[in-house]
Design a protein around this ligand. Structure first.
Ligand code: GDP
Length: 612
């Protein structure tokens, strides 16, 4: 309250000043100081008003929607609350003139963007490598292809762009972000192995995204290749080959021996033509971030795929919460280029931060707009992350399964399972399988050993899966992402508890959830051995607060290796009751001494969450 005192009762008060007419757009997350001037009042007016209504706020505290609305009502102002950044984005959207897109005359055909999918070991990587390497421009500087996440190859007077990450993980990750970059899917099926589980998954992914499929029947050079069998299997998935009277294009090939690869490329161009893929190459560029990372020498580096327009060096761009001017562009052959048109993948340097894969990028009218939008988005994502309860909106929740069964439908519960070791992964899978009944099917969208990562969250989000962790934990980024995307993560350390939960969900009696609230996270920097006392972990508190006596988990590479409580907590030589984010401390754990630098110490509280 201190900072308010000088204002209270001074002539800054404009209690009776007229409020602005019309709707005043206010971004959520503002303080009294920021809000009041917009309605022609001082922060002090607002604070005093709220105080009268029993709400204590200071001028710099974030106001709730209700507080702002209450005040607006009081002074007769009409306000519209929007998410931070929303307004700028709308404005930017308006500034980005899309109207040209409609003009038929400006449309030109563009290369198809192709993703290669299929079962493991069926030859996806070999195929992508063959195509890429056949097109290295000989004699160019180095003549070396760059793995930038995608590449474009010329063929028959046209061109085709390939996404360089085979498999559907990348595809789903993009879709989970609402981005669809793929125009055609090449489904690789090994002729000696036939349609396998991941082949079927890939078919389903492509179908649900409504993307045409070309089947590449690979490894026809092998003795036990059986093309007919593959075709019969494909027919079962409604992919009836043309030679069988259907309309699915199939190409027989051997990626290894470079047989039929050219034919595949030609067929891709045929499909592209049928799909009438066009874009307007003039105007400000827009597209999708395929991947991005921080390069020690070059700063944030993003591979982006231009959808439409032409991106040029010097253009001000926004990509997710990053912005900047395009400082340099590098193509898939390692060459510096000045401009990139539709369906061209290109590495971009000059961004302020690392955007996320699947983020949209746009050329902004000017630097200032680019910056404002990026900063607003950054602030918004921070706010969403802080509001931990933004979770559980999307995704089929475990508790929904019963209502689906009751409705007489066969319910499929999608699960993404992560465990500490292979043994437990198998054991958990088998036990879960035993719970399956006619009306409840379990489908594992992914099973693997290791901690729960951001990749898991994006896959779960794309497939509406519940994540089950057995003796493993999500890292902080994964947790934040799960909260933002509404993905349900359930972690267990005892198998029967896990089974009990799922079983109960199936009969509509899911027990109240004990939500664990992670209260603090510290990273072990150094370990000191103290005679008689044992090991003390010299830590840096990464987030939250570490409190003496609280329950802890000890995490190495995402796997829980120990659970117990904090025995001693010190700041320098002194005992401390709690240590906050950003500070260093010494942590002694009750009876665990096997510490290593890089380990994480996570403290948590349990609280019961009421079910809605
Ligand atoms: P991916 O897991 O689908 O990316 O499969 P890879 O491209 O890594 O291929 C798996 C294995 O199959 C490798 O040993 C390849 O050399 C081999 N392979 C790929 N294509 C062919 C092919 O056309 N014929 C034969 N005989 N082997 C192939």
């Amino acid at each position: 309250m201190d900072e308010l005192q000088p204002h209270l009762g001074t002539n800054y008060t404009r209690d009776d000043a007229p409020v602005p007419e019309g709707t005043i757009v206010i971004e959520r997350g503002v303080s009294a100081q920021e809000f009041a001037p917009k309605v022609n009042r001082t922060a002090a007016d607002l604070v005093r008003f709220l105080l009268k209504n029993g709400e204590m706020v200071t001028a710099t505290m974030t106001l709730s929607d209700e507080q702002m609305e209450l005040f607006a009502l009081e002074i007769g102002a009409e306000i519209l609350l929007v998410e931070p950044g929303q307004q700028e984005e709308l404005e930017l959207q308006a500034l980005f003139d899309d109207s040209d897109d409609e003009i038929e005359a400006l449309q030109q055909s563009r290369p198809p963007v192709v993703t290669v999918m299929g079962h493991v070991d069926h030859g996806k990587t070999t195929l992508l490598d063959k195509i890429r390497n056949a097109n290295v421009v000989a004699g160019e500087a180095g003549g070396i292809t760059q793995h930038i996440g995608a590449y474009k190859v010329p063929h028959d007077g046209g061109a085709i762009t390939f996404i360089d990450t085979p498999g559907h993980a990348a595809f789903t990750k993009m879709r989970a972000r609402g981005a669809q970059v793929t125009d055609i899917v090449v489904l690789v099926v090994a002729a000696d192995d036939g349609v396998m589980p991941q082949t079927a998954e890939a078919i389903n992914h492509a179908k649900s995204a409504d993307v045409p499929i070309i089947v590449a029947i690979n490894k026809i050079d092998k003795e036990n290749a059986d093309v007919d069998r593959v075709m019969a299997q494909l027919s079962e998935y409604e992919l009836v080959p043309e030679s069988w009277g259907g309309d699915t294009i199939t190409v027989q090939m051997s990626a290894q021996q470079n047989l039929g690869v050219d034919d595949l490329l030609s067929q891709l161009l045929v499909v592209a033509e049928l799909e009438e893929l066009t874009a307007n190459p003039t105007g400000r560029a827009k597209g999708i971030v395929l991947e991005a990372n921080l390069d020690t020498g070059r700063g944030p580096v993003a591979t982006i795929l231009v959808d439409k327009g032409t991106l040029r060096v010097g253009d001000p761009i926004v990509a997710g919460a990053a912005w900047g001017r395009v400082r340099a562009m590098i193509d898939d052959q390692g060459r510096q280029i000045k401009e990139a048109g539709p369906s061209t993948p290109v590495q971009v340097l000059g961004l302020s931060a690392v955007p996320g894969a699947g983020d949209e990028f746009r050329v902004a009218p000017d630097d200032k707009t680019a910056r404002t939008v990026a900063e607003a988005r950054e602030q918004r994502s921070r706010l969403t992350n802080q509001r931990g309860d933004a979770r559980v909106q999307k995704g089929v929740k475990l508790e929904d399964i019963f209502s689906q069964i009751q409705a007489g439908e066969v319910a499929t519960l999608n699960l993404l399972l992560k465990a500490d070791v292979h043994g437990s992964l198998e054991a958990v899978t088998e036990s879960l399988r035993k719970l399956e009944r006619d009306e409840v099917k379990l489908s594992f969208v992914h099973r693997a050993v290791g901690g729960i990562t951001e990749n898991d969250i994006s896959l779960a989000s794309a497939t509406n899966a519940t994540i089950i962790g057995f003796n493993v934990r999500p890292d902080r980024k994964a947790r934040e992402m799960a909260a933002a995307e509404g993905v349900d993560i359930r972690t267990y350390e005892i198998i029967y508890k896990l089974l009990e939960d799922i079983e109960r969900a199936m009969v509509g009696m899911l027990a109240p959830e004990f939500e664990e609230v992670v209260t603090g996270e510290a990273e072990v920097r150094e370990v000191f051995r103290v005679p008689k006392i044992g090991a003390i972990a010299g830590c840096l508190v990464r987030s939250g607060v570490i409190t003496r006596g609280s329950k802890v988990r000890f995490i190495r590479d995402g796997v829980i290796i120990w659970k117990g409580s904090i025995n001693s907590l010190k700041r320098f030589k002194d005992d401390a009751r709690e240590v906050r984010e950003g500070f260093e401390c010494g942590i002694g754990l009750s009876d665990f001494t096997d510490l290593k630098g890089g380990d994480l110490i996570e403290t948590f509280d349990e609280r019961e969450v009421a079910r809605v």
